[in-house]
Write a protein that binds this ligand. Structure first.
Ligand code: FES
Length: 573
């Protein structure tokens, strides 16, 4: 095992390595060849979605010890969606690098990845794929829903609806204050099918987490039993040497994409799967998502595409039941962290329930996300069709262009704004470079005067992302983004824009000779420094997963083993 190269040697290096942990109470007898299991924990006081992972790590420790391993916990930066500015997404790659290098640098035989909030899970999977040391993920579980006037709420989905009610004058400020008082009843990630729930589900579909683990609520005792089981399994993984590179195969990504489309999951998952695949050395392109979406019916009834919350899936058997319904569309020979093929992880639904349908009787004939392209998005854009207004999926209207979110904030509620329900709202310069970090500002607010007229949705286009909790007709992730010269920067207010999801088109109806010869507009920006300069100079576009261009492309980087120390050489090795 890897750890033996640090601890199992009779030289000065072995002395130093063993004695460096003696201060933590780990005696030489504990480092006698037992598997050393790292618990990579994104616990933080600043992230309620991940707050309970501190306690969950104790359950993992018990599991590791029960299986004869030694658990060592290390923390990483925790990415909280609501508090981090400009966006947690800007730091996903930073955490991915931190996780990858921590795993590679330390004497770990296997790793348990504890994450919950949207970006922590993909960051950890990216890091684990890059390091390619045996790894198993345990996500934090959905939070208990807030209850407001008898309705169980998702954190974002229902809030966005109430915000529109407030702006339309149909909800009072005191009602809104009552809503805030009801919010945040427990730890755990957003309880609807936002990005966190989506990534938890896809982690299982990829084969990187124990079957049935994604949907168990954060506060449920079963989650702590899962912690023990995950710790035990990590020891087995260390002993068997089953690495992520054997699990994260092209077929595993196809399975995850199938689950994404069947569930009606977050558009953010597309970026994350592209990035994880890149780390794993799997060739994956945006078009693959569209191909799989076209053949995959929508079979889940989960907010924001449907009605129910994520934990409702738990009552019918969780992701194993979803995968069982999808079995004809999956490759169930793929290996999972159980050491067995996916086929042995799937199970029929325990009961029939409104949350889950069948391939023969789906909620929609094709999957929840479509890829559209055209002269506005040559490298593609995404539209979450399952959460859009069907009548707007084929639409032509004049553009109303906002150059950045400051301009939008100042103008959107101007009573004199020249806008109708047919207008196509456009926000640009909010992409991976322009944002920076591609904030979730793609769900542009509807103009207040239209809300008051009863308008509930409009076509919106941006190079930003949108929250997985959002609903509406929005083409997001436009690539290339305006800030790097993408054609979205050439669009002008009044230009005729055509969205046709059936034809997979997002275009401006102008001759290319006229449109493409225009200059592209980007507002002046202060030159970035530090980490933001790294983002500015090296982040890839959305259709490539927004990883850094210098990170591993073509598979994991080689492992490093400690060398011996020449006798008499002083220092740290
Ligand atoms: Fe953390 Fe939604 S804010 S999961």
């Amino acid at each position: 095992m890897r750890s033996a190269q640090w601890f199992g040697r009779d030289d000065l290096a072995g002395f130093l390595h063993r004695s460096s942990l003696a201060g933590t109470g780990l005696g030489r007898h504990a480092l006698d060849g037992r598997p050393v299991i790292g618990i990579c924990n994104s616990w933080s006081d600043l992230v309620s979605c991940n707050f309970h992972l501190k306690g969950l790590a104790d359950a993992v420790r018990r599991g590791v010890a029960q299986a004869g391993g030694v658990a060592v916990e290390f923390t990483t930066m925790s990415l909280g969606e609501a508090l981090m500015k400009p966006t947690a997404m800007m730091y996903r790659n930073l955490v991915a690098m931190e996780v990858e290098e921590s795993i590679r640098a330390y004497p770990l035989d296997a790793v348990v990845l504890l994450g919950g909030c949207d970006k922590t899970v993909p960051a950890q999977l990216m890091g684990a794929a890059g390091a390619d040391v045996p790894a198993i993920a345990l996500t934090g579980g959905p939070a208990n829903p807030a209850v407001f006037r008898g309705r169980e709420l998702g954190v974002g989905t229902d809030l966005w609806a109430y915000v529109d009610e407030l702006r339309a004058g149909r909800m009072s400020q005191s009602d809104f204050a009552e809503l805030e008082a009801a919010s945040g009843p427990s730890v755990g990630h957003c309880p609807e099918l936002g990005t966190a729930s989506t990534m938890a589900a896809l982690t299982e579909a990829l084969g990187m987490a124990l079957p049935g683990s994604a949907t168990v609520p954060a506060t449920h005792s079963r989650r702590y039993a899962l912690g023990e089981a995950t710790g035990e399994r990590a020891v087995d993984l260390a002993r068997s040497g089953l690495r992520p590179s054997r699990i994260l195969t092209p077929a595993a990504f196809d399975n995850a994409i199938t689950a994404l489309m069947a569930l009606g999951g977050s558009t953010n998952a597309v970026i994350h799967l592209l990035a994880i695949a890149r780390k794993a050395g799997v060739e994956l392109a945006l078009d693959r998502f569209d191909q799989i979406s076209a053949r995959t019916p929508l079979i889940a009834n989960l907010r924001p595409s449907g009605e129910e919350l994520f934990a409702r899936l738990n009552t019918v058997g969780g992701i194993p039941a979803v995968l069982h319904r999808l079995e004809p569309l999956l490759d169930t020979d793929t290996l999972t962290v159980t050491g067995k093929p996916l086929r042995e992880s799937i199970r029929p639904a325990a009961v029939e329930d409104v949350v889950l349908s069948t391939l023969d009787s789906p909620f929609a004939p094709s999957g929840g996300i479509a890829v559209v392209k055209g002269n506005l998005a040559p490298d593609g854009a995404l539209i979450k069709t399952s959460a859009a207004t069907p009548a707007l999926l084929r639409h032509r209207g004049p553009a109303l262009v906002f150059d950045d979110h400051h301009e939008l904030s100042h103008r959107i509620d101007d009573p004199d704004l020249d806008v109708t329900a047919d207008t196509v709202l456009v926000l640009r310069n909010i992409g991976p470079v322009g944002g920076p970090g591609m904030p979730e500002w793609g769900a542009l607010p509807l103009p207040e005067k239209l809300l008051r007229q009863g308008v509930t949705d409009m076509v919106r286009i941006s190079d930003a992302r949108m929250s997985g909790t959002c609903f509406g007709t929005m083409a997001v992730h436009v690539a290339p983004e305006a800030a790097v010269g993408g054609p979205l920067g050439k669009l002008r207010t009044g230009d005729p824009v055509v969205l046709d999801v059936r034809q997979r088109t997002l275009a401006v109806d102008l001759p290319d000779s006229e449109f493409l010869s225009r200059p592209s507009f980007t507002p002046p920006r202060t030159p970035p420094k530090g980490y933001r300069k790294l983002v500015n100079d090296h982040i890839l576009q959305a259709d490539k997963g927004c990883d850094f261009d210098f990170m591993a492309d073509g598979g994991p980087a080689p492992d490093l083993a400690p060398g011996s120390i020449p006798a008499g050489w002083h220092g740290g090795w």
